[in-house]
Design a protein around this ligand. Structure first.
Ligand code: ATP
Ligand code: MG
Length: 748
């Protein structure tokens, strides 16, 4: 009911009806009172007239005492419809006539309206002949007047009721018409309030309600537009934050809780946002996820933050799965008007990849720079060495008769040779060595090198090879690649003093851009050298490629092994990676680009004819008669003039008698105390231009060989023999020098 009266519609209707009822009541009352008054006046006049006529006529009858006529006359008057009774009394007060229902007590009324008994009583003396003869009383019935008044009242009330009914109907129509539009407007507003932005209010008229409705519609449209713009902008921001991998958080100081934490911020720490918020953070002094080495710095920064100092900080985090990440976090406090920190806004970003890339770039730049530096120095130094060596050799020739002086020259020459070896290695690192690329099958090369490694590595180390099938050939300097593998194997050996396993694996790899930014597209042959040795701690791993960086005792390592491998592989268009776990072992992977030419099937490959001799004289020193016989036969076949010796002494004798050889081809290790190097040294002293080639079955022992000597590894094929002899003989000419296969340099 109360609700009903709150409704505007019912209030309007009720008000109209009430006003109507009051007004009509007043009108009906006034009208009825007017009618009653008019009737009363008329009755009073009529009563005066009737009374005066009656007294005039009744006077005579009374004088004559003609009561019968008086009675007759009275009855005729009584026929007047409104007269209720008539009484006549004489002067003595005796009632001589009484007709009609005479009331017991009669009081004269001032007027018809003042009568209380429904009869208007009038009385006059009967005067005849100037004498009062008696008195007449006449009662006029008010019934007619009252009936008329009642009838008027009834009619008035009836009309008023109809009017009220009509006005109620009209009020209802007006009320409903007026409020129906308001009601639809109110419903639309309510729907809008609940979030329905598609709502619109019907505009039925141009009145105020219509204006409100159309203003409402405009507002809804504007709001919808603003909301969709806001949503779009929020979505863009969300996408941008997601793309940027940006974590975002708001800390509420009063509650000591996060007011907001984005999903990305949790993910940066390897947990969901919910877990991150529940778990606590550096803001609550919880440094569980912070890298222990950064904890102090982080704690200090967050402390300062609470006292109003923002920060931008890079630090390490460790996720629950143990992953190391590096994040960049920025935080700014928000102050209230009193200058107290009320909130803290923060943003974080995982910059692990960027940092790694920076480190790699830094490392690459460092190596590049050091490479350039050493390259320049080595180049100049090489020239100085060549000049010194040449002059010392000449000096040696001059001092031949003074053995003591000669021994000093030889010592100096020996030192210069070691210097030359060092320079060669520096050149290799600085990517400035002369490379003679050829098409090489990586598997074949690995298998060949592994055969050499046995004696180098010793018995405590077992070698295992895992060779992938269908490897593409690579274009690389065979000798340098072998040297690189031997260097890696020697490093592995040094890392496994108590023995272990060396695994050399080949495979095919398609390095992605992040791993090999600087290398060519396409595939790479991968050669991995893995050991089960001591491994490297991060500080060593970081510097392993640096030239002269070594952890080995003085004299045991020069720190140039990996530098050379790095320089050589880079110069060959490849890429090197090194992984190491302290205590578990190390894996060095060499990636070399596949040869651009597709290899011809082995059977179909046209074999170049072995180079032939031009009658050059070769002295062969070999203790194994079978091998010697073979070599002699082959070389004769190839057009060389051949002399032979079975040991050092006889070889020296031959040279002493005839110093006209072009090439000395000697076994490195010979029985009888005079080895290949001794013969070579003696022969060179007699004939400095003599070319020298060594034959050997072991990698070891080759370390100190002069770099200008050719080496023939046993066992060898006829063609290899022909090539080595030819190359060794061409050593003097500029083009020939390039073709000389450098000896394997095993770093001790
Ligand atoms: N396989 C490995 N296992 C453990 N540590 C290694 C391994 N390879 C290299 N290292 C570390 O890297 C350092 C540098 O190696 P690199 O081959 O450049 O020089 P080196 O072996 O010390 O000396 P050099 O090779 O010149 O004789 C080594 O001293 C060693 O500490
Ligand atoms: Mg080494």
């Amino acid at each position: 009911m109360l609700n009903l009266f709150r409704s505007l519609r019912y209030r309007i209707i009720t008000s109209i009806v009430m006003i109507e009822v009051v007004m009509l009541s007043i009108m009906v009352w006034a009208n009825t009172a007017d009618i009653e008054r008019t009737h009363a006046v008329r009755l009073a006049q009529s009563a005066d007239l009737v009374l005066s006529q009656f007294t005039a006529t009744a006077g005579r009858h009374l004088l004559e005492a003609d009561f019968a006529s008086l009675d007759e006359y009275a009855r005729s008057v009584l026929e007047h419809g409104e007269i209720a009774y008539i009484t006549v009394s004489d002067n003595a007060g005796r009632e001589v006539l009484a007709i009609g229902p005479v009331p017991q007590s009669r009081e004269l009324d001032e007027g018809p309206a003042e009568s209380s008994d429904g009869v208007y009583d009038v009385s006059d003396p009967i005067v005849f002949g100037d004498k009062v003869r008696g008195r007449a009383d006449i009662g006029f019935s008010l019934a007619v007047m009252q009936g008329t008044t009642a009838e008027a009242l009834r009619r008035g009330v009836g009309i008023a009721a109809i009017a009220v009914f009509l006005s109620v109907v009209a009020a209802l129509l007006i009320g409903f018409g007026l409020t129906a539009n308001l009601r639809t407007l109110a419903t639309a507003v309510e729907r809008f309030r609940r979030g329905d932005t598609d709502v619109s209010a019907p505009v039925h008229s141009r009145d105020e309600v219509g204006q409100v409705a159309s203003a409402f519609n405009t507002m809804v449209r504007d709001r919808a537009k603003a909301e969709s713009a806001l949503r779009l902008s929020e979505e863009r921001l969300r996408q941008a934050i997601k793309l940027a991998g940006l974590g975002y958080w708001i800390w509420d100081v009063a509650t000591g809780r996060y007011a907001y934490c984005s999903e990305e911020h949790g993910q940066i720490h390897g947990v969901s946002a919910e877990e991150w918020v529940a778990r606590g953070s550096p803001l609550t002094g919880d440094l569980r996820f912070t890298d222990p080495k950064d904890r102090d710095e982080v704690a200090t920064a967050f402390d300062a933050l609470r006292s109003g100092e923002g920060f931008e900080l890079g630090y390490g985090v460790i996720t629950p799965t143990g992953e190391n990440r590096f994040i960049l976090e920025t935080a700014e406090p928000v102050f209230d008007e009193n200058g107290s920190v009320v909130q803290i806004y923060g943003a974080s970003r995982d910059v692990t990849d960027m940092r790694l890339a920076e480190e790699q770039l830094h490392q690459a730049q460092k190596l590049e720079l050091v490479g350039q530096l050493t390259g320049g120095v080595a180049h100049d130094f090489n020239n100085l060495l060549a000049i010194s060596m040449g002059n010392l050799e000449l000096l040696g020739e001059l001092l031949e008769a003074q053995p003591e002086a000669l021994s000093h020259v030889e010592a100096a020459l020996g030192a210069l040779e070691r210097g030359q070896d060092l320079v060669l290695r520096l050149l290799a690192f600085s990517r400035k060595q002369t490379l003679v690329p050829e098409i090489v099958d990586p598997n074949e090369l690995v298998a060949g090198t592994v055969e050499l490694l046995g004696p180098t590595l010793g018995e405590a180390i077992t070698i295992e090879t895992v060779l992938a099938e269908d490897l593409w050939p690579i274009s690389v300097d065979r000798g340098q690649l072998e040297t690189a593998l031997v260097n890696l194997a020697v490093n592995a050996r040094d890392a496994m003093p108590k023995g272990g396993k060396l695994i050399i694996e080949t495979g095919w790899s398609r390095l992605d851009a992040s791993e090999a930014r600087s290398t060519a597209d396409g595939g790479y042959a991968m050669i991995a050298v893995r050991d089960t040795g001591a491994g490297m701690v991060p500080e060593v791993l970081e510097r392993a490629f640096d030239p002269f960086f070594t952890t080995k005792e003085v004299g045991k390592g020069t720190g140039l092994g990996l530098s050379m491998v790095f320089g050589f592989i880079k110069q060959s268009g490849g890429h090197v990676t090194i992984e190491s776990d302290p205590g578990l072992g190390t894996t060095v992977k060499l990636y070399l680009p596949k040869a651009e030419t597709v290899p011809v099937e082995k059977q179909e490959r046209p074999r170049p004819a072995p180079p032939r001799g031009r009658g050059e004289r070769v002295l062969i020193v070999e203790d194994d008669s079978e091998i010697r016989r073979l070599i002699v036969t082959h070389l004769k076949d190839f057009g060389y003039r051949v002399d032979e010796a079975a040991d050092g002494r006889s070889a020296l004798q031959i040279i002493g008698e005839d110093a006209n050889f072009d090439l000395l081809l000697t076994d490195l290790v010979l029985p009888g105390g005079v080895g290949g190097e001794d013969i070579a040294a003696k022969a060179r002293s007699l004939q400095p231009a003599l070319k020298i080639a060594y034959m050997t079955g072991y990698a070891e022992g080759m370390a100190n060989l002069a770099p200008d000597c050719a080496v023939l590894l046993k066992p060898f094929k006829k063609a290899e023999l022909a090539r080595t002899v030819r190359e060794a003989l061409r050593r003097g000419d500029p083009e020939g020098k390039m073709a000389v296969r450098a000896p394997l340099r095993v770093v001790k």
